[in-house]
Design a protein around this ligand. Structure first.
Ligand code: ADP
Length: 170
């Protein structure tokens, strides 16, 4: 059985098989969690590993080593930028979670921790994002039992609360 849980932490400190980064489509380290991950992993190594992909479309995912992070891998997924809700944002956000989970199991990961994809600078409404994230994770783990733990790593209390409520409701 796969456990889903919420922790409030800096994702760069988590000792899991893979952390999932809220990346941008250029896979160039940006601000927010992306910047923190590139810094903690080692800017030079992670930038070079990301550059090999020549970008990643929204909702897709790529995987690199974690370099100096406690996590073995970083999965980079560009979530959608919120544009009012009628531009496929929900489906693209679900794609980000689904493709990241698929990449994790393809790489023999057992434990995965997600940042709250798209809910920072990209402006996706938090409650809606949390519901989509948890529904998508639940659908995935119902089909594929290889993961032991999926963690949502919230950076603040409101984010932790939104995902906790989504877990209780879905
Ligand atoms: P996006 O561009 O996809 O919105 P952001 O990095 O702006 O990505 O924000 C995504 C989430 O990551 C936000 O909830 C933000 O508070 C959170 N965050 C920022 N730094 C960290 C960190 N070091 N560890 C975990 N979460 C973080």
């Amino acid at each position: 059985m796969t456990v889903i849980k919420v922790v409030q932490a800096d994702i760069t400190t988590l000792k899991v098989d893979a952390i999932v980064n809220a990346a941008n489509t250029g896979l160039r380290g940006g601000g927010g969690v992306d910047g923190a991950i590139h810094q903690a992993a080692g800017m030079a190594e992670l930038d070079a590993a990301c550059a090999k992909f020549h970008g990643c479309p929204t909702g897709e995912a790529v995987i690199t080593p974690g370099f100096r992070l406690p996590a073995k891998y970083v999965i980079h997924t560009p979530g959608p930028i919120w544009r009012g809700g009628n531009h496929n944002e929900d489906r693209l956000l679900a794609n980000s979670y689904r493709h990241s989970l698929a990449l994790a199991v393809q790489n023999d990961c057992r434990t995965v921790a997600f940042a709250s994809i798209s809910t920072g600078v990209y402006g996706f409404p938090l409650t809606r994002a949390a519901q989509i994230a948890i529904k998508t994770i639940r659908q995935f783990i119902a089909q594929d039992q290889r993961l032991t733990e999926v963690i949502i790593c919230a950076f603040n209390a409101p984010t932790a609360r939104a995902y906790q409520e989504a877990i209780e409701q879905n």
